[in-house]
Design a protein around this ligand. Structure first.
Ligand SMILES: Cc1cc2nc3c(=O)[nH]c(=O)nc-3n(C[C@H](O)[C@H](O)[C@H](O)COP(=O)(O)O)c2cc1C
Length: 375
């Protein structure tokens, strides 16, 4: 007689396993994906932000990656409502967020962010700051506002990331995630489309990885050896879904190897649909390849629990729900280790609790109205 395990208990069994990320033990495999919310006036996360994250930790999210938060460099961002990870008041606000999440039984890392050439001139919080990037080239290939980073700029930004990481450990966070994805500063160095440098930071994939690797090394040196350092990266860019850093596993290995050697403990491989194979000839997705090539724990992401396109969902078309059986299969085979959930967790703070308890009939389809509140 064949006994089939009910899907509910299978989800609980596979997702509830704790995992060690360097010195941190995360109670389960569910990660909240980083999501910019713009609810922190003056760059200070307030009590509503504390509740927003704590509510999700209390309802079973094992690891929260915060929204992208600017490192201490004047050109890092372009909104006064996006939280900053520098400044006394800002860090005091963040300390309360970490405290709230811990009290709820969760773990939390800030996502440290510099937007590079995405920045438009004249924007807050530092209106006079220029956009800077590897070559002064925007994601669409145009030149104009902004400039190529000088040696001084490179040093300043490396130091800003290291200082933010040290602050994260000091004020009680469990690790850090470096935002190296989606066409922002670190990714602008990784991607040939925006990196035309002729010095040691441009050229082949290994040279283009040098800046990100130096940031990882500086962050690693600024925190305790057991403090986890996560790097998020992607092939896709925010306005160019077809862009690719690597066309083959060999090219991907050339990029990931120096990053792992510099001290990345965990890779967060950002894709828009987790079920898509990354390269021909294998079913592995980007997280699967990342784990295979580096041996490091990896996080997958992209439309988990949704069946819809990321941007359509963003623009307001509700995404129908998709089963997660194939995701559980890959986790069970240890192709990757953790799964990040974005929009489904915005919509429903109880998403993790419902999935872990098999109450999937209670899950709600995503509606972009969820973007407007911090509920
Ligand atoms: C409102 C919103 C804000 C986002 N902000 C960030 C961010 O700050 N940093 C980041 O790396 N990704 C960001 N993302 C991408 C998400 O982390 C995630 O990769 C994406 O939403 C796909 O996951 P999902 O299909 O589960 O939503 C954002 C996504 C949304 C919907």
């Amino acid at each position: 007689m064949t006994v089939t395990t009910p899907p509910a208990s299978r989800a609980a069994e596979i997702l509830s396993r704790p995992i060690a990320l360097n010195g941190l033990t995360v109670p389960n495999r569910i990660v909240m994906a980083p999501m910019t919310r713009q609810f922190s006036p003056g760059g200070v996360p307030g009590e509503d932000v504390v509740s927003y994250y704590s509510r999700r930790a209390a309802a079973g999210v094992g690891l929260i990656v915060t929204e992208g938060t600017y490192v201490g460099h004047d050109s890092a961002g372009q909104s006064s409502r996006i939280p900053r990870f520098h400044g006394e008041e800002q860090l005091a606000g963040w300390a309360k967020v970490a405290e709230g999440v811990h009290a709820a039984g969760g773990t939390i890392v800030p996502q440290l962010w510099h937007i590079g050439m995405v920045r438009k001139q004249g924007q807050p919080p530092f209106a006079d700051a220029p956009a800077v990037g590897p070559s002064g080239i925007r994601l669409d290939g145009t030149e104009g506002e902004g400039r190529a980073m000088t040696r001084q700029d490179l040093d300043d930004v490396i130091r800003a990331f290291a200082e933010a990481a040290a602050a994260a450990e000091r004020i009680g966070f469990d690790g850090v995630e470096l935002h190296g994805a989606h066409g922002y500063l670190l990714d602008q160095f990784l991607w040939a489309g925006t990196n035309r440098r002729t010095d040691a930071y441009g050229g082949d994939p290994v040279a283009r990885t040098k800046f990100a690797a130096e940031i990882v090394a500086a962050v690693r040196a600024a925190v305790s050896p057991e403090f986890p350092v996560i790097l998020r990266y992607s092939q896709w860019k925010s306005d160019n879904y077809d862009a690719r850093l690597a066309e083959t596993p060999e090219e991907l290995e050339a990029i990931l190897t120096p990053l792992a050697a510099a001290g990345v403990d965990v890779f967060h491989a950002s894709t828009r649909r987790y079920w898509l194979p990354e390269f021909e000839g294998s079913d592995l997705n980007l997280a699967g390849w990342t784990k295979k090539l580096t041996g490091r724990p990896t996080i997958t992401v992209g439309s988990v629990g949704l069946d819809g396109d990321f941007i359509k969902g963003f623009q307001g078309e509700g995404s129908p729900l998709k089963g997660i059986d194939d995701l559980l299969d890959s986790l069970e085979r240890d192709e990757y280790d953790m799964v990040a959930v974005g929009r489904a967790l915005l919509q429903d703070p109880e998403w993790a609790a419902k999935v872990l308890a098999g109450r999937t009939d209670e899950l709600k389809a995503y509606d972009a109205a969820a973007l407007k509140t911090l509920s």
